[in-house]
Design a protein. Structure first.
Length: 319
């Protein structure tokens, strides 16, 4: 019975990965009609409402300290998603998706800096392949990378730091409640910041029928549904396996951007997608834990597959 449940959860995780990949295309379709700030307000408001309803019993038991942890994580979400959404105003969905994928190879180096825990050789190999893949997008000179690509790079930095914050927050806060606080914080901050920097654009939006389905997908499936599935899956499936499935968001996003979004296909883009896929596999593939003949003795081996394991029971991570 448990195996069947896990298989169903794997199916849902794969569905989330596909939805996240399509999210880059949907965002590009919505932005001509809805400002980036309003889009994010809608996404996280809907997600906050849904997670509040589902995790109400956890939410009402939150302490002030736990709320502050969620607010900090939510603030990082605002920075990361803000950079990602605005990047697609200036650059292609393909570039944004592949740039965002760099967070996978950045995390171990942030852990190295914050915890003085040196990553294994394969982390350096994955990092080299990841940045080499981005170089393929800029073949012929860095001048081909524009302001939107820079925003997407900062988005990846934000997601990497977000993992470190959640690594601590999830150890003392229930996953569902923490998700709600993050979603609510993001919705409020996006509204305040958005109203300040482009209030007129937020008011001058239109909602033609052509964007209803993409907008619904972004609000309900890409945000609320995705985080709920990931939180539930993490209760019974190893964190490294969950993150392995979800980390293909960036490469799927690039593929969908070409097939459905009308982005131009080039061989350099193909090399970039292949290189980023290889980097993700090297970075995320679970390692077998070494066993010791002596009981209760810790080793100093760095298990790279655990960089996204926020806790044994509760993991919440962002596309």
């Amino acid at each position: 019975m448990q195996k069947r449940k896990n298989l169903f959860l794997y199916f849902l995780l794969a569905l989330v990965t596909v939805v996240w990949g399509l999210g880059f295309v949907f965002t590009k379709q919505v932005l001509p009609y809805v400002s980036p700030s309003l889009l994010n307000v809608l996404r996280f408001s809907v997600a906050a409402l849904i997670t509040f309803i589902i995790f109400f019993k956890q939410v009402v038991k939150l302490t002030i300290k736990q709320c502050l942890s969620g607010v900090l994580a939510g603030t990082l979400i605002v920075f990361s998603f803000g950079c990602q959404t605005y990047s697609m105003v200036y650059t292609s969905a393909t570039n944004t998706s592949l740039m965002t994928g760099l967070y996978v190879v950045m995390v171990p180096f942030f852990i190295w800096a914050s915890h003085k825990k040196r990553p294994p050789i394969r982390a350096f190999v994955a990092g080299f392949l990841g940045f080499a893949s981005i170089a393929c997008l800029a073949f012929g000179g860095l001048s081909k990378l524009n302001f939107g690509d820079l925003l997407a790079f900062f988005c990846a930095l934000g997601f990497a730091v977000h993992y470190l914050v959640l690594d601590k927050a999830t150890k003392s806060t229930p996953a569902g409640a923490l998700t709600f606080v993050q979603m609510l914080t993001a919705a409020v901050l996006f509204f305040v910041v958005g109203f300040i920097i482009d209030g007129k654009a937020m008011l001058n939006c239109s909602f033609p029928k052509s964007i209803i389905l993409p907008l619904f997908t972004l609000c309900v499936l890409n945000t609320a549904f995705a985080y709920i599935v990931q939180t539930r899956a993490q209760k019974t499936i190893d964190a490294s396996k969950v993150s392995l499935v979800l980390s293909f968001e960036s490469t799927l996003g690039a593929v969908f951007a070409v097939i459905l979004g009308g982005d131009k296909f080039t061989w350099y883009l193909a090399l970039s997608i292949i290189g980023m896929t290889a980097a993700i596999l090297i970075a995320e593939w679970p390692q077998k834990k070494q066993t010791s003949s002596l009981p209760d003795v810790e080793t100093n081996n760095y298990d790279f597959s655990s960089i996204q394991s926020l806790s044994d029971d509760d993991e919440i991570s962002l596309p």
